[in-house]
Each structure stands twice: as structure tokens, then as C-alpha cells.
Design a binder for this molecule. Structure first.
Ligand SMILES: Nc1nc2c(ncn2[C@@H]2O[C@H](COP(=O)(O)OP(=O)(O)OP(=O)(O)O)[C@@H](O)[C@H]2O)c(=O)[nH]1
Ligand SMILES: [Mg+2]
Length: 432
């Protein structure tokens, strides 16, 4: 079994040529094809982005405790972090945790009927816990992603951005509707015979391939039922009624956030307007983030994602073009506040998907594993997770043989059903 289970998966979607691959590359530092033409990406790119945890890494507390004891000489490297992360990193007690990003091909109108990459595209989204729709808030591309230049008016850019958002939800709804309609008569009979239970079971049978769990199906049904409570003769339901069901499934299956990309080129007033009218809208500039992360990686600047400025490390090594480029990037950051990518991923992972970070260890005093690694694992887990479920995330044997847990801070013994909080350190005792 994979350590920590499968990471959260976030899909980057939208029409062609809006900056999905740029967003992906900026967040993962994996090199992918980026170009100003539609369908640059065909097969999905999948990679890990490391996102800052909300609470400081417990290695800060551990360090303070060790310093108080005064027995060990501690390194000041990595801003004082003393943990040894197996994946991700930690600096200044800021721990970075993994999240999977999926960058898919651009979606064009009619995809649910097979246009563009059609259903192959849609199945790339299956198993995503949430979606980020990347849209072009500067109006530089048409509905199919062809470049149409800059210089759009505020009204034009707004109209186009709103059309992009409704187009995506319509396509997703149409896709789910077609899956529901397929076999509906048989499903309707089951609903008649078995009521709500049969209904939820039908949804689960049809949609489990997309990652719909029993729980998601139940919640989708509940929301649908509150809008359409008449369960008589479901085989006669019109496409409109089934459409309500499809939308309800889409909302529960794919929580959607909107990345208002190319914000650096947006006409004045567009961002303010879209922030007001589109729920879960965050302006961003993937290109700016990408350039800054690259310059940071190359050692030209010191930049932390999410910040509104950076420091040039040694201006004497820069040529004229590089100095000018960095000046422009700083100007963009000053205008926008930040690039938006970090804010968006943080919101999706920790607010919408309600994840917390917990640290399983084998030694409750030193917070180490069996090999002496300090706080090696930072697991991203559901917020209401129980101690025994954490054990299963580490290893199935540890879950099967679970005896008890020990809270690393209070040293109190906790049972299998003890619920963990963000930042908890947990020692697991197991028979194996
Ligand atoms: N000005 C500006 N340009 C951007 C930004 N993000 C991406 N671009 C440009 O937009 C174009 C398309 O970027 P891609 O990342 O290839 O777009 P995509 O959505 O993956 O496109 P497909 O794979 O074809 O669907 C490239 O020329 C990028 O440099 C941004 O924040 N600002
Ligand atoms: Mg692409």
C-alpha cells in the first residue's frame, strides 16, 4: 500500500489556450508543452504540487524543546527546520505537502457529444476531488482557444469570461446527463421497486467510474429531491428533470473553483466585476508565477509563492534583458498583490476539501520513525479522521494491528476512534 494513501487530485480544466499547462508547470515545476495555440496539450499531464501547510511544522516546537534542554547543537540551515521530510520539504518550519494536479486537454463546446477529445477528455477528470477551471479574463482567445489578440474592452472581456464559466458547467452537466440517460428505464424501475435506496444505488452504479462515492450519490440525490420531490413515474421524467439531477451530481462530484488567468492583461475593472459575480473566483497569472518560480530555481531571486515581492540575490550577474524581465514581474506583482496560484490551491485543499495535516511517528518523545528521521511524514487527510484510519494511511498492517495511539504533545493515550486535529503528532502502537 502506498504510504499516506493517494494524494488529493485536482483537475485543471477549461477551453484551449487559457493557461492550464502554464498553471500546471508553475505549480509542479514539471516541464510541459506550453504554446499560444489550441490543443497544445493532448494527453493529460499529471504531477505533484507542494502546497504550504496552514500550521507551522511541529519541528519548530521540537527544536524549542531541544534548545531548552541545551544538550544538542542544532543546525541553522533551512531556516532552523530540523525535520526530515520523506516527500516535500520544510523551511523556517513551513512544511510543504503534496497534492496531485491533472492538466487536461482543452474542452471545446460539444465535447459531451464527442467534439475535440470528447469523452476521453471527460474521463481524464474522473477521480479528481475538485476542479479548477482556468479562464482567460483578458479576452485574448475565442471560444475554441484561437488567439484573437489583446485590447478587448472591459465589457467584452467580462462577457467572454462569463460565457466560459457557463460553458464548462453546461458541458459537464450534459456529460453526466448522458451517463444517467443511458440505462435510465432500467434505473427507473429499480427506483420504483426500491425507493430512495434503489435511486442512490442506481446513481452509484452509473457514476462510480467518475469517482462518485455512495456518500456523494446520497448528497446529490438529497439536493435533487429538495428541488424535485415527485418520485412518481420516473420513467416519464423529461430531460429537464434529469438535467436537475445531473447538475446536482456535478456540484457534489466536482467542486469548482475559477482561476481568472491572464489577470496581468485584464482590462481595468474586469477582475473587480468578476470577483463580485462569480462564486469561488480568484484572479491569477500563471505566467508570472511560472517565471518567478523558474528565476527562483535558477538562483536569480528569492521568491516564495503567494508573496507580493521577491528579492534579487545578485544584480551584478543579470544581463539587461533579465533585469528588465524581473522589473516587469515585480510590477505585475505590485499591481496584482500576488500571482493567485498559491491562494487558489490553499483554498481548494484546506477549505473546500477540508483537509488537515497530521504527523505519524514511531517515537512519541523524539517524534521520529524507526530510523531516527524526525517527523518524516506529513499526511494530508480528511479533517474528521480517526486514529485507526491514520494507521491505515501509513500501512495496512499498522491499521489491522492497531492497539492504541499516543498524542505526541499531551502524551495521552487515545483510542481507535479518537479524532485528530490539524498539526497533530500521533504515535501508533500496533501488533505488527
Ligand atoms: N499574459 C499571460 N499569458 C499567459 C498566462 N498564462 C498562460 N499564458 C499564455 O497563454 C498561452 C497558452 O498557455 P498554455 O498553458 O499552453 O494553455 P493551455 O490552456 O494548456 O492550452 P491547451 O493545452 O491548448 O488547452 C501561452 O502562450 C502562455 O504563455 C498569464 O497568466 N498571463
Ligand atoms: Mg495545455
Amino acid at each position: 500500500m502506498i504510504l499516506g494513501g493517494l494524494p488529493v487530485r485536482i483537475g485543471l480544466v477549461g477551453k484551449p489556450n487559457v493557461g492550464k499547462s502554464t498553471f500546471f508547470a508553475a505549480s509542479t515545476l514539471i516541464s510541459v508543452d506550453i504554446a499560444n495555440y489550441p490543443f497544445c496539450t493532448i494527453d493529460p499531464n499529471v504531477g505533484i504540487s507542494f502546497i504550504p501547510s496552514r500550521l507551522p511544522c511541529p519541528c519548530g516546537e521540537l527544536r524549542a524543546r531541544l534548545e531548552e534542554d541545551g544538550r544538542v547543537e542544532l543546525s541553522s540551515e533551512r531556516g532552523g527546520s530540523i525535520c526530515t521530510p520523506r516527500t516535500g520539504s520544510c523551511e523556517h518550519h513551513q512544511r510543504y505537502v503534496p497534492c496531485m494536479l491533472v492538466d487536461v486537454a482543452g474542452l471545446v463546446p460539444g465535447a459531451s457529444e464527442g467534439r475535440g477529445r470528447g469523452n476521453a477528455f471527460l474521463s481524464d477528470l474522473a477521480e479528481c476531488h475538485a476542479l479548477i477551471q482556468v479562464i482567460d479574463v483578458a479576452g485574448t482567445t475565442d471560444a475554441e482557444g484561437n488567439p484573437i489578440g489583446t485590447g478587448k474592452s472591459k465589457e467584452e472581456a467580462i462577457e467572454q469570461a462569463l460565457a466560459e464559466v457557463s460553458f464548462l458547467t453546461n458541458e459537464l452537466d450534459a456529460w453526466i446527463l448522458s451517463l444517467l440517460k443511458d440505462g435510465w428505464v432500467r434505473g427507473a424501475r429499480k427506483i420504483q421497486a426500491e425507493g430512495v435506496k434503489g435511486f442512490v444505488q442506481f446513481l452509484h452504479d452509473r457514476l462510480s467510474g467518475l469517482g462518485a462515492t455512495q456518500n456523494i450519490c446520497q448528497r446529490s440525490f438529497d439536493a435533487f429531491f429538495s428541488q424535485h420531490g415527485d418520485m412518481a413515474s420516473p420513467w416519464d421524467w423529461s430531460d429537464d428533470i434529469l438535467g436537475i439531477l445531473a447538475s446536482s451530481v456535478r456540484i457534489h462530484l466536482f467542486p469548482l473553483f475559477i482561476a481568472g488567468n491572464k489577470a496581468d492583461l485584464a482590462p481595468e475593472g474586469v477582475i473587480e466585476y468578476l470577483s463580485e459575480v462569480i462564486p469561488q473566483f480568484i484572479p491569477c497569472s500563471a505566467e508570472t508565477e511560472f517565471a518567478l518560480r523558474k528565476a527562483n530555481e535558477a538562483g536569480f531571486i528569492d521568491y516564495t509563492s503567494g508573496e507580493s515581492s521577491f528579492t534579487i540575490l545578485d544584480s551584478s550577474v543579470l544581463n539587461e534583458a533579465q533585469s528588465k524581465g524581473l522589473g516587469m514581474l515585480q510590477q505585475r506583482l505590485t499591481n496584482m498583490g500576488d500571482t493567485g496560484l498559491n491562494k487558489l490551491l490553499d483554498k481548494v485543499l484546506f477549505d473546500e476539501l477540508d483537509r488537515i495535516v497530521v504527523y505519524p511517528v514511531q517515537d512519541e518523545s523524539h517524534w521520529t520513525d524507526g530510523d531516527g528521521n524526525v517527523l518524516p511524514d506529513a499526511l494530508v487527510v480528511e479533517s474528521s479522521i480517526q486514529a485507526k484510519e491514520v494507521a491505515y494511511k501509513v500501512h495496512s498492517d499498522l491499521g489491522d494491528g492497531f492497539i492504541k495511539g499516543v498524542d505526541g504533545r499531551t502524551r495521552r493515550i487515545v483510542g481507535a476512534e479518537h479524532e485528530l486535529s490539524d498539526g497533530d503528532v500521533l504515535r501508533i502502537h500496533s501488533k505488527s
